[in-house]
Ligand binder design. Structure first.
Ligand SMILES: *Cc1c(COP(=O)(O)O)cnc(C)c1O
Length: 366
């Protein structure tokens, strides 16, 4: 008889299923032997890495036998001047995903709860479950976060609220007035995590900059990432900005060298390469319009998005079949049944020719 390790695992872990990312290109190549594959499944930056970033990685590669700077002095300096904050307000993560886990680890456990929205980023529920806390899932309104209902759902045992702005996979966003109203209502014993993974893409005038709200709301933690607009998804680096007091707590549970030395150097170079960021935003804006126009032409409805992705409804309701057929055309998009949206697919904005390839494939399979 072998030991029942499942029964020995922490209660939260017993009920977990692993996060499922977008299908990797190599996997589809192995399965179907296709030569031309377009992956629009993980909201990655279609531009590829910036030349300045590659140079920084090359010049630091001879130091990889050393541990990285665990306090990331240099990158924190660069972020501090970029964001006009103090270094002590920063917590670096192995992707911002890591920081979301740190928040759960610090504030959640058996007997506590966290508030999230229906259709919100699935990593929140995984982090809550892993901590063996209870998720309070608030019904969405027009696919987006219903901030009034979220504020009203806070209980005495609630310690954390996660808000994605904009949200993935819906692309919906909340404006500054609504966010302030929520922050005014939520008691201070609830840490509000404002996930701004797509911050750099958003140009809407009423879109709030969470970092500017930190001085008024000591229970606020803003997370951002280098994975999307900065094009460093494969290196895993993200961060949070909060009060120094909250940052100190997060840093107590942070892995000692959670961001590797090449990622640190790359992120710093990425901050300095403002041209790349501008280009990324321009390509995204054009690509979003291209995808919207293409879906309009096919008569498909989609949820208006301010991110680098678009979520559309598959007529007839067979999104899984559509996803599979697209794979056979060499196009990888993202099924989002696990987000409670079984009739939708999410497509990331690609380069012009990639968007065209996707739209042509979609037209063929419908
Ligand atoms: C992509 C994404 C992240 C960032 O993930 P990283 O771990 O930084 O790569 C965080 N939140 C949301 C909503 C996302 O879509």
């Amino acid at each position: 008889m072998s030991c029942d390790f499942l029964a020995l695992a922490n209660a939260g872990v017993q009920g977990l299923s692993p996060y499922q990312g977008g299908k990797p290109i190599e996997e589809l190549q192995r399965e179907l032997g296709l030569s031309h594959i377009v992956k629009l499944a993980s909201n990655e930056n279609p531009l590829g890495p910036s030349a300045a970033v590659l140079e920084a990685i090359n010049s630091h590669s001879s130091d990889i036998h050393r541990y990285p700077d665990g306090n990331a002095f240099s990158l924190k300096q660069a972020l501090s001047s970029l964001l006009t904050i103090e270094s002590a307000q920063l917590t670096l993560g192995n992707g911002s995903n890591d920081v979301l886990d740190l928040v759960a680890q610090v504030f959640l456990g058996q007997g506590s709860s966290a508030v999230i929205s229906e259709h919100s980023f699935v990593v929140y529920s995984l982090a809550i479950q892993a901590a063996n806390a209870e998720a309070i899932v608030v019904p969405a309104s027009n696919w987006g976060h219903d901030l009034e209902a979220m504020a009203a759902s806070v209980r005495d045992d609630t310690r954390v609220m996660f808000i994605a702005n904009p949200n993935n996979p819906t692309g919906t966003w909340v404006d500054e007035a609504a966010l302030r109203k929520l922050l005014d209502k939520v008691p201070e014993h609830v840490v509000v995590v404002l996930d701004e993974a797509y911050f750099e893409y958003v140009d809407e005038s009423e879109y709030p900059d969470g970092i500017s709200l930190l001085s008024q709301y000591p229970n606020l933690i803003v997370t951002r990432t280098f994975s999307k607009a900065y094009g460093l998804a494969g290196l895993r680096v993200g961060y949070s900005v909060s009060s120094p007091e909250l940052a100190d707590l997060l840093n107590r549970v942070r892995g000692p060298f959670n961001v590797n030395s090449l990622a640190l150097a790359a992120a710093e170079a990425a901050i300095a390469d403002s041209d790349y960021l501008l280009q990324a935003k321009a390509v995204n804006k054009a690509g979003l319009s291209q995808l919207e126009a293409g879906l309009d032409k096919l008569g498909l409805s989609y949820i208006p998005s301010v991110g680098n992705f678009l979520t559309f409804e598959v007529a007839g309701g067979d999104a899984t079949a559509c996803y599979e057929k697209l794979l056979h055309q060499g196009v990888i998009v993202r099924p989002i049944g696990v987000y409670g949206m079984p009739d939708h697919l999410r497509v990331s904005v690609g380069l012009e020719e990639e968007n065209d390839f996707f739209l042509a494939a979609l037209s063929k399979v419908l």
